[in-house]
Design a protein around this ligand. Structure first.
Ligand code: TEU
Length: 625
């Protein structure tokens, strides 16, 4: 038992530590006006459903005015609502109605870049001496020389590859210079080194905070400062036109200075708001800690992608999500352990945990297997995993019913996400060129198509199946002449909300149960330390959650992360007493899917002596003192 002094040194416990955040992707949640696109009134009509889950906050993906080149992550007005989603009044109603259920609304703050249609950008490119010229990043071209040193043309200022393929630079005729874009060329990056830009962003943040929102999810916030001088990135494969520059445009020299300024100027004036920064390309623990250590006064927490990269791979000197990684679940669990140990509450840091967002595939398909009989078992096993992990937990709409990836009857040509389309185009062009050079007419794409079916962002963006009705599974009343904005999955009969409401053993009711379970033991599940027990060389992933000095109670979590039907697990020493289990504090074992949720520990069929037996995708949590 540690002293009270040790406990006092820990950071204050805030509402967002114990929060579970539910991500709503507005275009695909619920369509109230039959135009094939979800909207704010649709979300409002489902508030009782959201509240019934037991979540504490909703993260709303962007609903602002946008040409939707990147589905709203290209904003042309930060304080105007896109009419396809509704009105400002609808947002205010949403904030108020959620508050009635003690749920806070987190807005998506996309300020690394704007849309190319944002008035700031239109002004900035109007002429070279426009006062807004320096609000974005413009650079003169590189002059291309032939062997004799004669100018033969122009090229981009450096060799950086964009996140959505091609160069990060777009030539703009009017001002005769290139402008910089980390993502698509319709998403020019703002110049955060310009204090006027930062002041304008801070004003906009105050506008939203004054409306009573609960905080922000900050899109790619670690990309706001780029390497000074935009040096060329290291060339790994000289045959490729551009090089990976993620480490030159992520976590640049002034990112922390600007985040501290944002905190000082804006966030510190609003008590109790929550900030979660999205920080891709940040695999270093020290780097994430810089964003989230409370004493640094930057962000409360970060969504980094190290975990999500566990199955990415390499080919031809390029790495990316659509190359097979084949590292399997062992690598996933190792990465979970790495971050759980690195960002413990007791060491003055704070982790997040998510398995799905609108940028990922569906977890049951990606982390499970292809057998439909196991789909809901996997979903429950992963629910138990998420609900027994330290950190603020994020779940993505549809995850709570075990939505799977788009079925194979939906052709790959119908996938419409900008990242998917750009990637497929690039690989196809490369392979066509190779085939031509070798005199072949056929190209091989099955490997890439398989990866797209496994990992594309399209899977995280399909409409919610509310019921099994023929017409768009209750998502929309759009008629035959009005197509939905994106693909609806073809499995709504097997997986929809209404059906799961009626089934006490459904994934949906399991999530509700687990959310209550987490709320019941926050001192262990939210704030307790994480101690790995078994990570490698076994289908089992096992860990202890131990409450901090001054708190009380401990849990053992054991997950069979495979389809193996008889897996033995020997209880760790802390739970063994002469070959028998020690007293189980809550006298309760809790399985993810076998029979019912709760069982008396004594005489249980789960173990004999000190060995536990788990069947496929089964997860068990038990409490001990
Ligand atoms: O995503 C950040 C990002 O880096 C993505 O490219 C991500 O790595 C990729 O989608 C994973 O497959 C954010 C938003 O969440 C995403 O929807 C936007 O497209 C992107 O920023 C640009 O705003």
């Amino acid at each position: 038992m540690a002293s009270a002094q040790a406990t006092q040194q820990l950071p204050a416990r805030k509402w967002w530590h114990s929060a579970t955040v539910y991500q709503v992707y507005p275009a695909s949640f619920k369509d109230s006006d039959a135009d094939g696109v979800g909207d704010l009134k649709g979300i409002i009509s489902k508030i009782n459903y959201i509240a019934s889950l037991g979540v504490d906050a909703v993260w709303l993906s962007p609903v602002f005015l946008s040409p939707r080149v990147d589905q709203g992550y290209d904003i042309s007005h930060y304080c105007a609502i896109d009419p396809m989603f509704g009105t400002m009044e609808d947002v205010e109603t949403l904030i108020a109605r959620l508050k009635e259920h003690s749920i806070r609304l987190l807005m998506d703050l996309v300020v690394n870049h704007t849309s190319s249609q944002h008035p700031w950008f239109l002004e900035s490119r109007a002429s070279r001496d426009n006062p807004k010229r320096d609000w974005y990043i413009a650079r003169p071209p590189t002059i291309l020389l032939d062997d004799d040193g004669q100018a033969v043309g122009i090229g981009p200022p450096n060799n950086w590859e964009s996140q959505f393929k091609g160069s990060t630079w777009q030539y703009d005729d009017l001002p005769g210079a290139y402008y910089y874009h980390t993502f698509n060329h319709h998403q020019p990056d703002l110049n955060w080194d310009n204090p006027e830009v930062r002041a304008a962003i801070y004003d906009m943040m105050r506008f939203w905070l004054n409306k009573g929102i609960g905080g922000f999810r900050l899109d790619v916030i670690n990309m706001i400062s780029k390497a000074d001088g935009f040096p060329d990135a290291e060339v790994v494969n000289p045959l490729l036109p551009y090089a990976n520059a993620t480490h030159l445009y992520s976590n640049g020299p002034r990112v922390h200075q600007y985040l501290q300024e944002m905190n000082r100027e804006v966030l510190s004036h609003y008590s109790d708001v929550m900030t979660v920064g999205e920080t891709p390309n940040t695999e270093e623990i020290a780097e994430v800690r810089k964003h989230v250590e409370p004493g640094r006064k930057e962000l409360n927490m970060a969504l980094h992608f190290d975990l999500m990269g566990y199955d990415h791979g390499d080919a031809d000197g390029v790495s990316g999500k659509f190359y097979a990684g084949n590292r399997g679940l062992r690598d996933l669990t190792r990465r979970i352990v790495k971050w759980q140990m690195a960002l413990l509450f007791s060491t003055d840091a704070w982790p997040t945990f998510f398995l799905e967002t609108h940028d990922t595939a569906r977890s049951v398909s990606r982390f499970g297997d292809n057998m439909s009989k196991n789909r809901f078992k996997v979903a429950k096993m992963l629910a138990l995993l998420q609900m027994t992990i330290q950190g603020t937990v994020f779940i993505h709409q549809g995850q709570e019913i075990g939505m799977a990836n788009l079925a194979h009857d939906i052709p790959i040509e119908k996938y419409n996400d900008i990242e998917t389309v750009a990637f497929l185009q690039e690989i196809r062009a490369k392979r066509e060129a190779e085939a031509l050079a070798e005199g072949r007419s056929e190209i091989y794409m099955d490997d890439i198509v398989g990866q797209v079916r496994l990992k594309a962002r399209d899977h995280g963006r399909m409409p919610m199946p509310w019921d099994s009705s023929e017409r768009h599974a209750g998502f929309s009343e759009a008629d035959d002449d009005t197509p939905l904005w994106t693909n609806m999955n073809s499995d709504a009969q097997a997986c929809n909300v209404r059906q799961q409401e009626e089934d006490p053993h459904s994934v949906l009711n399991y999530w509700r149960h687990m959310l209550r379970f987490r709320k019941k033991y926050p001192k262990i599940l939210v704030f307790g330390d994480f101690v790995p027990v078994l990570v490698d060389d076994s289908p089992i992933f096992a860990y202890l959650r131990q409450s901090l000095p001054g708190d009380h109670g401990n849990l053992l979590v054991v997950l069979n992360m495979t389809a193996e039907e008889r897996v033995h697990f020997r209880l760790p020493q802390v739970l063994r007493n002469n070959g028998q289990m020690v007293d189980v504090e809550f006298a309760q074992v809790h399985s993810s899917w076998r029979d019912d949720f709760d069982h008396r520990a004594e005489g249980s069929k789960w173990w004999s002596g000190d060995t536990m037996l788990l069947t496929e995708y089964e997860a068990v949590v038990l409490a001990y003192s």
